[in-house]
Design a protein around this ligand. Structure first.
Ligand code: G3I
Length: 473
């Protein structure tokens, strides 16, 4: 083959791989669970809690100024039983001027939850973004750690009461350029945001340690309810990558340097995903991270799940349903995951834009395939059925078969069983993650990787970044 022809062949192959359609996926709703009609999962959620042995909180965001308030009353409350204010509990809303607490919107969101028999979580007491106009100001490190943060966290946590299931005490403090082996302080310094540095863009150091994080957690612990979980919340985390490693070491550092015991700590995995290769963590990667935290006695939470699509095709909607189902199953079947939050309840309200179609309900407030698949996964778990295999890996790796038949009638008394047949994992790189090895220099992990995670002898799987791990000598 001439060089030119070979080059064009390679180019075509690369284009084809980029343009590759979403994988064919197998879903519970292909096996007898409803994929049309009205959804009411209120009672199946209580069956899930019974199965879990503790409350399982499944919810989404709300603010009183959201459009379609009637939809929230008629539909939201039958599907989501847990509420988080999308913006109303953030610093700019809750302390508009220094020392003046204004919990109006945050309390109104909590009231919407309790009026409708739902629970409520707080987001968030500390974030470098959406701060009020008087912050960051020119406060010193001592003022920030000694007064500003404790005053704010106390006012908010105390003001919202002890029924809040969990708080995102600290939000998005770990950098995106971290690497394996960094200390918790290096992970946070890598972010380069206030109050590690001043907020004037000069990058001038301000707080050279983690005292500001400790202050937030100690204050939240002092004023929160006895069973309220206190979380660090982060995006682009959940697998075996450097940023997730940072979060895990940071939460342990918080435990060692504050009054907060492990059984009150949590890690929130925001999970703003994309339905494409590398746009999400595999179920096995998530499960591994959850079990790492379980061994430490620390809770895991999915706190802001949405899955954007590059088009509203049926294949994409099915792929979205498979990804959502895997994330939900990873949480349901984990011993330490009991909060599962979907960020924005419908596409027209999504921060990712309606065209991203990133939520469970479309722009008219109708349930999408992913909503039905979520209901089916909840039914499947509540019925004590086997854990489905990783559907987002595609039918080449995971096929669900069985009679299914769960119903999500208004009584929500889902029944029916589904037999999940984990297909034999293939030994090719595109096949299952077990029973095969990647050669030296081959990929062995990363967001969305469904190939082999073991490496040929003499090589080990090293994380290059969140999306790529490689078998290196
Ligand atoms: O309330 C004002 C309104 O008065 C004004 O007219 C309007 C026009 O500027 O802005 C309104 O505030 C907007 C606010 O949402 C409420 O709608 C802000 O501009 C807008 O920036 C803000 O966006 C929020 C974003 O956080 C801010 O960073 C999104 O709704 C919210 O979904 C998003 O949520 C974050 C989580 O808190 C943390 N994790 C990432 C996630 C997505 O960014």
């Amino acid at each position: 083959m001439t060089t030119k022809l070979a080059a064009s062949f390679v180019a075509l192959a690369m284009l084809a791989s980029v343009a590759r359609a979403q994988p064919a996926v197998s879903l519970l709703i292909d096996n007898g669970y409803p994929s049309t009609g009205s959804l009411n999962i209120a009672s199946v959620l209580s069956q899930v809690s019974t199965k879990k042995g503790q409350a399982f909180h499944f919810g989404s965001t709300y603010d009183t100024y959201d459009a379609n308030q009637s939809w929230f009353t008629s539909v939201f409350t039958t599907f989501y039983r847990h509420v988080v204010s999308e913006n109303g509990c953030k610093w700019d809303a809750t302390e508009p001027s220094q020392g003046v607490s204004d919990l109006t919107e945050c309390l109104a969101c909590q009231k919407f939850a309790t009026t409708n028999g739902a629970t409520f979580r707080g987001h968030n007491t500390f974030w470098h973004s959406q701060t009020p106009t008087w912050l960051p100001g020119s406060f010193t490190a001592a003022q920030i750690t000694g007064t500003i943060i404790p005053q704010h966290v106390q006012a908010e946590v105390q003001g919202m009461g002890t029924s809040v299931t969990s708080w995102d005490v600290v939000n998005e403090v770990v950098g995106d350029g971290v690497s394996n082996g960094m200390t918790p302080l290096q992970c946070v310094q890598n972010k380069g945001d206030w109050p590690t540095v001043t907020a004037d863009g000069s990058g001038k150091p301000l707080i050279g340690d983690l005292s500001f994080i400790y202050a937030a957690f100690n204050t939240a612990f002092q004023y929160a309810g006895n069973s309220t979980r206190l979380a660090i919340n982060e995006y682009n985390t959940g697998g075996q990558d450097a940023k997730t490693a940072c979060i895990i070491s940071l939460v342990q550092n918080i435990q060692q340097n504050t009054n907060v015991p492990a059984n009150r700590l949590a890690v929130g995995f925001q999970s703003h995903l994309t339905a494409s290769t590398g746009g999400f963590y595999t179920k096995s990667a998530l499960a591994t991270t959850f079990s790492t935290l379980a061994a430490l006695g620390i809770e895991s939470m999915i706190t802001e799940l949405d899955v954007s699509l590059n088009s509203n095709s049926q294949a994409n909607l099915r792929y979205q349903a498979a990804i959502w189902g895997d994330y939900l199953d990873a949480c349901l079947y984990a011993s330490n995951c009991n909060e599962f939050i979907n960020w924005d309840p419908r596409d027209d309200l999504s921060w990712r834009g309606a065209s991203a179609a990133a939520t469970l309900f479309d722009a008219s407030g109708n349930p999408k395939l992913a909503a039905y698949e979520v209901a089916a996964r909840l039914q499947n778990y509540a019925a004590g059925n086997a854990e489905p295999c990783a559907t987002a890996s595609g039918t080449g790796v995971c096929t669900i078969t069985g009679t299914g038949g769960g119903t999500t009638s208004s009584s929500g008394t889902g029944s029916g069983s589904t037999t999940t047949v984990k297909s034999t994992t293939s030994s090719t790189a595109t096949g299952g993650s077990t029973g095969c090895v990647s050669a030296e220099w081959g990929q062995c992990g990363g967001m969305g990787w469904t190939g082999c995670t073991a490496c040929a002898s003499g090589t080990t799987c090293k994380v290059s970044n969140a999306y790529y791990s490689q078998c290196l000598p």
